[in-house]
Design a protein around this ligand. Sequence first.
Ligand code: SF4
Ligand code: SF4
Ligand code: SF4
Length: 169
Amino acid sequence: MGQNTTAARPREGFSRRGFLTGRPAPAFRPLPPGISMETLSACTGCGDCVSACPQQILLVADGHVAVDFSLDECTFCGACATACPEPVFSDSPAMQHVAAISDACLARRGVTCMTCRDACPESAIRFAPRAGGPFLPVLDAGLCTGCGACIAPCPSNAIAARPREVAHA
Ligand code: SF4
Ligand code: SF4
Ligand code: SF4
């Protein structure tokens, strides 16, 4: 635990891409698979999971681990859970969030785009026809695993993680 102090030094902030693009820090910070808001309190912010993630999507923000899906998707490889020395990760790899599409979506603004559908490995985003405009994305929160694969490719930054219970409300 924490033997490589250089490698384990957690990245702070949220996020590199957000800083470069001017994208504001999200109000909701998604967590890696297997962490809930309850178990997050056991996170010491040591950064062992940050160093272990092959996708390099983890960082430490305000002392706790979080995911930045503007960098890449989660593959559910489990390396973060294996690396963690604290009782933070549960045996269930479920995410506590799902993706949500905002009105920044190009299709909602009259521009044809289906990038998110093509990026989703779960076929959780379908496109519904409408008269007089491009097909509109419809996200099935029941199929969404929260992997975030649709977030970075979206050309208008219209997709973000939202708490699963809110998305189902
Ligand atoms: S499951 Fe793998 S890809 Fe996903 S956050 Fe953990 S280490 Fe990264
Ligand atoms: S990728 Fe983004 S802009 Fe394109 S349809 Fe999906 S949500 Fe809309
Ligand atoms: S978060 Fe993953 S599963 Fe959910 S809609 Fe986006 S790509 Fe599909």
